[in-house]
Design a protein around this ligand. Structure first.
Ligand code: F0G
Length: 446
């Protein structure tokens, strides 16, 4: 218990996962000043006003109380699916948080997806229902709140598009300048235009995401800007709440498998930390097996599984541009997450991802391509006999269908092979034209 939480009443600290070096929680370093390792946040065990650690029941009740909008801690914060877990996310934030609010995303069951995957008990947690349309809002509300707490002059990130949109939005709300580095020509239209709309200074870098991240790291260190990529430990704290919230939605009964798309591995790391802490606090009595799914053209982590003996890099290429990453930054943290949960790392081809996306879209749920990797992964693991039909599985959909309108246009209007395409039909403005479309069986999809 001692390495997972500090004694009740102590302040949170940032601790290097590699060498153990400790920094105060308000230090703005992006990584360990002693060895360059990644930092983790360590909180005190949540306690009552008298300093006695809360029981699991006490904690569950406290998270439940803050579940619905109550003005007690500021209207925004209390309605947030992130800040109701404040005691194990950022206990010292008080009421001064930058929140839209975010979280409170739905857990959905769709018969069409049960048929598609062959899993009879599949739920999808749709993080595309966040304010900027992706799970990144959960990390960003905490990251930008931290930036304000430490008096940062500006915030920055490298991104494949969703992090930049979230940073741009939350920086605008906090009233601090945002600077984003994105790979030129490789960011989906919805994400790039969103980033511009909220106002962050947007740099189109001639290079891939991995080069953008190296540049953002160097520039923020040399120019004194607070770095908000998922190597930032506070981003991880916010993203833990995807897991906390879904466990709460399931009455604190852990599923058998928890499946997510993986790129830079920040979310895999956050899921592992959430499960470790939830188990240590007694909120759950077993952990699900975590499954990280990479796109086959961007799968260095999957290639290294199960031994993780070699940390490889690749020149990444995939239609799932959000996870087009060849040198994932949160590698060590993610290895720990997979090992501690008896987890798996797999890869899915672009064809498998597109097939899953078409299935998710066609049942009215919708998601961006990278998100569909989780459902494609479930289908693959059922076929391989790793997931049994009756296992309870939660797959996380990380981004909204409208993030990538270019891909939708390609799938439905431009592609030569029309499998799953719903082509629009241009007509004269007459009822007879409508009638003739309806008569033509090929004109109506189902
Ligand atoms: N799904 C979506 C929609 C994403 O945008 C990302 C990452 C991931 C999955 C993978 O998460 O990196 O924590 O393993 N997007 C980052 C960005 C890289 O810049 O928006 P991860």
């Amino acid at each position: 218990m001692s390495e997972i939480f500090r004694a009740p009443g102590q302040r949170s600290v940032q601790r290097c996962a590699a060498c153990g070096h400790e920094l105060p929680e308000t230090d703005g370093a992006a990584d360990c000043p002693a060895c360059g390792g990644l930092l983790d946040v360590l909180h005190a065990l949540p306690a009552d006003a008298g300093g006695t650690a809360l029981s699991a029941d006490g904690l569950r009740a406290s998270f439940g109380e803050h579940c619905c909008a109550q003005p007690a801690r500021g209207a925004h914060a209390s309605a947030s699916g992130v800040w109701r877990f404040q005691q194990i996310v950022m206990p010292a934030a008080g009421a001064a948080v930058t929140s839209h609010p975010e979280g409170n995303t739905p857990l959905m069951r769709r018969d069409a997806l049960l048929r598609f995957t062959g899993c009879d008990d599949l739920l999808v947690k749709h993080e595309g229902h966040n304010p900027t349309g992706s799970f990144k809002d959960r990390g960003m509300t905490v990251g930008v709140t931290q930036a304000v707490r430490i008096g940062a002059s500006a915030v920055a990130c490298a991104s494949t598009g969703n992090t930049s949109a979230a940073l741009s939005s939350y920086a605008a709300q906090a009233g601090i300048p945002g600077l984003v580095f994105v790979p030129v020509g490789k960011v989906a239209l919805g994400k790039l235009t969103q980033t511009l709309a909220y106002g962050a200074r947007t740099l189109l870098v001639r290079g891939d995401f991995d080069e953008c991240l190296r540049l953002a790291q160097r520039a923020s260190k040399e120019l004194g800007i607070y770095l908000l990529n998922s190597i930032n430990p506070w981003r991880v704290e916010g993203q833990k709440t995807i897991v906390l919230e879904l466990l709460q939605q399931l009455g604190w009964n852990a599923p058998d498998f928890l499946v997510l798309p993986a790129g830079n591995l920040g979310n895999t790391a956050a899921f592992g930390k959430a499960l470790r802490e939830a188990r240590a606090l007694g909120l759950i009595n077993r952990v699900p097996r975590l499954v990280s799914v990479q796109a086959a053209g961007a799968a260095p982590f999957a290639a290294s599984f199960p031994s993780f003996a070699v940390r490889g890099t690749v020149q990444a290429e995939t239609v799932a541009t959000a996870i087009r990453i060849g040198d994932p930054a949160s590698w060590d943290r993610a290895v720990r997450a997979i090992r501690e949960t008896d987890g798996l790392v797999i890869s899915c081809t672009d064809e498998e991802i597109v097939e899953a996306k078409l299935a998710i879209d066609a049942c009215g749920v919708g998601c961006e391509a990278a998100s569909a990797a989780s459902v494609a992964g479930v289908k693959q693991l059922v076929a391989r006999g790793v997931i049994a039909r009756g296992d309870r599985v939660v797959a996380v959909l990380t981004g909204h269908v409208l993030k990538d309108p270019g891909m939708l246009q390609w799938l439905h209007q431009e592609r030569e092979s029309g499998d799953g395409a719903n082509r629009p039909i241009e007509i004269e403005a007459t009822v007879s034209a409508v009638e003739s479309v309806l008569r033509d069986a090929r004109g109506v999809r189902r």
